[in-house]
Design a protein around this ligand. Structure first.
Ligand code: ZN
Length: 359
């Protein structure tokens, strides 16, 4: 059987393994040349050569040259765009926009397979790891970056844009509106990755304390109970409660809310738990407004902040009017208003007043 090389191209290290059948024949690790694309290519080529040498040196086959070259699969941060063939969405930003696959195939003189590292990880856990036997698997990564992958029935879900399962570039919900969050390399503000990744945690710690520490040392300090200046600390409250078994089939669950609202008299735990569940109603409303009323991917047309505000008001009023109509109609018909689909309601209205609704 021919040899198989698997390489994990990380933001801080590149690790390679050779499989001879199912046996691990060699494993090597080198540092990632950060911010240098050419050096990264060279490091992968050298690592591959070292792995092949290590295996051939330990092999009893007299002529290593007679053995066919190993097949190579590489897990990378980000993904190869199905449209351009270039790397996108990589937190190792020096790879972005580069023809990594083509360049490596040229240098390694063989076809290679490249996949998103989080997808590789999720697939591996789904195959014979922590999620073995589960039908639907969401693999979560929190390392140099924050990513993930989704496996359903043993197959990776890639998604139309090749970024399924990537939860790190949603903004954290903010405790206060002033704190907009740091700019992320992806162009947005306050992404989860700018806080939960190793570098994000270190940068946040430094911003608050002025002290530069590596993430493991921050965790150690927290575990020791090291003091933090009062103005740098952020107090949180943990509210733990049990949601009863709604369907009677053992689906009850324990929920722990962590909140910066610490005044338990002004905001009792039960009220916060109720508000948390109400939140999903708001999420539903936001989705209706953005996806069905405005249309997916459509931006506001107004050019000035004041007019953009007006336009948003227009959408909100239209959304309110539609919801009120649907609610009244459902009540009159004796059905639960939650069962009236917003999307269908909008479609019916568009048929009646024209496709340019809302104007
Ligand atoms: Zn981001």
């Amino acid at each position: 059987m021919s040899l198989r090389i698997g390489i994990d191209l990380g933001g801080t290290k590149i690790e390679g393994i050779v499989l001879d059948g199912n046996r691990e024949a060699a494993r090597l690790r080198v540092g990632t040349p950060r911010d240098d694309y050419e050096a990264t290519l060279a490091a992968i080529v050298r690592l591959t050569a070292s792995l092949e040498t290590a295996v051939n040196a330990g092999s009893r086959i007299p002529d290593p040259g007679s053995r066919p070259g190993a097949t190579i699969g590489i897990g990378i941060p980000g993904t190869i765009s199905p449209v351009t063939g270039l790397v996108k969405n990589a937190n190792s930003t020096w790879l972005i926009g580069r023809p990594l696959q083509r360049d490596l195939e040229h240098r390694l003189r063989r076809p290679i397979r490249i996949a998103n590292d989080a997808n590789c990880f999720a697939m591996s856990e789904a195959a014979d790891g922590a999620a073995a036997g589960a039908n639907v698997v969401f693999g979560v990564i929190a390392g140099t970056g924050v990513g993930g992958g989704i496996v359903v029935d043993g197959r990776i879900i890639n998604g139309a844009n090749g970024i399924s399962g990537e939860w790190g570039h949603n903004p954290l919900p903010w405790a206060d509106a002033e704190d907009e969050g740091r700019v992320c390399y992806c162009g947005k503000h306050g992404c989860i990755e700018t806080y939960l990744s190793g570098p994000g945690l270190a940068a946040d710690h430094e911003r608050r304390t002025g002290v530069r520490l590596l993430p493991p040392h921050i965790v150690e300090a927290a575990g020791r109970g090291d003091d933090l200046e009062e103005d740098q600390a952020r107090y949180v409250r943990a509210i733990e409660y049990q949601v009863p078994d709604r369907d009677g089939n053992g689906t009850g669950e324990r929920i722990i809310l962590i909140t910066t609202i610490t005044d338990w008299r002004a905001a009792p735990a039960a009220g916060l738990a109720r508000a948390y569940h109400q939140r999903w109603e708001h999420e539903g409303g936001n989705a209706q407004l953005k996806t069905y009323l405005r249309g997916p991917g459509r931006v506001l047309r107004s050019q000035s902040p004041a007019m953009a505000g007006q336009e948003i008001w227009g959408y909100l009023l239209t959304h309110y009017a539609i919801s009120a109509l649907a609610c009244a109609a459902a009540t009159a018909a004796g059905i639960d208003p939650d069962r009236v689909k917003f999307k269908r309601t909008v479609r019916i209205i568009r048929r009646a007043v024209g496709p340019a609704f809302p104007p």
